[in-house]
Design a protein around this ligand. Structure first.
Ligand SMILES: *[C@@H]1O[C@H](CO)[C@@H](O)[C@H](O)[C@H]1NC(C)=O
Ligand SMILES: *[C@@H]1O[C@H](CO)[C@@H](O)[C@H](O)[C@H]1NC(C)=O
Ligand SMILES: *[C@@H]1O[C@H](CO)[C@@H](O)[C@H](O)[C@H]1NC(C)=O
Ligand SMILES: *[C@@H]1O[C@H](CO)[C@@H](O)[C@H](O)[C@H]1NC(C)=O
Length: 425
């Protein structure tokens, strides 16, 4: 497999040689742009809430599959809002909603817009760049660091343009659009389209640890009308030595996104490079096989595709995969009270391997799948945990969020486009 690595280096070299060096390009070439990714606040992420948010983002309607068990006492996190008006069927006694967990993402990164530093979520599962601003009503801005376009000398309003992004029914943002200079870790784009909402849902208002999103999907998902706008990544790609963004998302919460170069110090072994189907706007690829621990490799028959989404916490897989996984977890049950699979916290979870493309098996260790405590078993008094792998409820795709991404060094490559997955160092 060393062969694969050498082959890749030749490719990057020839790419550099044949590219036309524009002035910006020669400035940026050979440089890389890193931006840290940090865990927001000290709050636990509540598993069932993360699941509900992911369902909302992808408009998945959860079915009630399990028996509603009365034998566990849910624990809640201290920032829980417990929205009573929640209509989601997954929202029952066990799943106290933490409305403050925006879009289900657990991590944020600093971005500079028109000279103003603001903390945003990086989301490869959407394609709008939007930020909370002084255009929002005072009450909506409480506790947020907002962007003030009126004091930015580089801001220009995009006349007649609007954006409207919704993550299911419960969270949304809409309003006008402008352009400004955006700096992410030193990579600068002068006329980045930025949504400056005048309305955002309460989920975004209550979540004071983030102030907006940097969409890093493909611009076919961009919601700006009358003309769709490019993402930051698409805009900067031509100026970079290599049109790549790499994600090193660590289990301890810290992490890093890097634009422009492949840092060989961040991974070991070979890179599994799979082609991406961007026709739906996602970083979507073939995922047609799986294995639990060292069990046999099984075929996924229906919709054997997945997307890599930095804006989702959990790993949502086809029901058959999820059922096969928890069949190997002693004491695991589907608890409709939590909206998903739970198990006693004192066991250790098996690993799950999924095929990235047709050949490479990518193994997620059990400790990364162990997601959060959700309650106490009333019968045994033992802690009940919520799994990081849950059902995609028959959705047309599987969604690989942080639980998966943390296990790897991931390369989002606009050539192809393609996705590279390697073991982190
Ligand atoms: C935004 O989009 C949603 C659905 O995608 C729609 O229901 C809503 O009316 C739109 N809002 C505006 C202000 O255009
Ligand atoms: C609680 O423990 C009992 C006895 O081991 C078990 O049957 C039940 O499934 C557990 N419930 C949960 C929610 O883990
Ligand atoms: C886990 O906790 C339960 C309930 O307290 C107990 O019955 C069981 O023996 C424990 N299992 C292990 C592997 O420690
Ligand atoms: C992955 O493959 C594509 C072509 O399929 C190639 O352009 C790209 O350079 C490769 N990515 C990496 C990181 O080697």
């Amino acid at each position: 497999m060393r062969f694969l690595l050498s082959f890749l280096m030749v490719l990057s070299f020839t790419h550099g040689v044949f590219s036309l060096p524009g002035s910006l390009k020669s400035q940026l070439k050979g440089r890389s742009f890193k931006v840290e990714r940090v865990r927001r606040g000290n709050d636990l992420i509540h598993g069932p809430t993360a699941l509900r948010k992911a369902y909302e983002k992808f408009s998945i309607i959860p079915m009630n599959l399990g028996i509603d068990l009365d034998d566990f006492e849910p624990i809640t996190t201290n920032h829980v809002a417990g929205s009573k008006d929640d209509t989601s069927s997954a929202d029952q006694k066990g799943a106290v909603s933490a409305a403050s967990v925006q879009g289900d993402a657990a991590f944020v990164s600093p971005v500079t817009i028109g000279g103003q530093k603001i903390v945003l979520n990086f989301d490869t599962g959407s394609a709008d760049f939007w930020v909370m601003s002084t255009l929002l009503p005072e009450a909506a801005r409480q506790g947020h660091t907002v962007y003030n376009p009126s004091i930015s000398s580089t801001y220009k309003k995009m006349e007649g343009a609007t954006f409207n992004i919704s993550y299911g029914d419960a969270s949304y943002a809409y309003g006008g659009v402008g352009t400004d200079t955006v700096d992410i870790g030193g990579a600068v784009i002068q006329n980045q389209a930025i949504g400056v909402p005048d309305t955002v849902s309460s989920a975004f208002i209550e979540d004071t640890t983030s102030n907006g999103l940097v969409g890093l999907g493909f611009s076919s998902l961009n919601t700006v009308t009358p003309k769709q706008q490019k993402t930051f990544f698409e805009n900067i790609a031509d100026s970079l030595q290599e049109p790549i963004m790499t994600a090193t998302l660590k289990a301890d919460g810290v992490g890093e996104y890097e634009f422009g170069i492949l840092d060989h110090d961040k991974y070991q072994g070979d890179i599994a490079n799979v082609s991406v189907d961007s026709s739906n706007g996602f970083w979507q690829f073939e995922l047609g096989h799986f294995a639990v621990a060292d069990g046999s490799v099984q075929h996924i028959k229906k919709n054997p595709i997945a997307i890599a989404d930095t804006g989702t916490s959990l790993m949502l897989l086809n029901q058959e995969v999820v059922d096969a996984y928890y069949a190997e977890v002693h004491g695991a049950i589907y608890a409709s009270g939590a909206g998903g699979y739970v198990y006693p916290c004192n066991i250790s979870l098996p690993s799950l391997s999924v095929a990235v493309g047709s050949k490479h098996l990518a193994t997620v260790p059990g400790n990364l799948i162990d997601f959060s405590e959700v309650g106490i078993n009333k019968t045994t008094g033992g802690k009940v945990c919520f799994g990081g792998i849950q059902s995609n409820q028959g959705s047309s795709m599987q969604i690989l969020g942080d639980v998966f991404l943390k296990a790897f060094f991931v390369i989002f490559d606009l050539r192809g486009p393609s996705l590279g997955i390697a073991n982190p160092k």
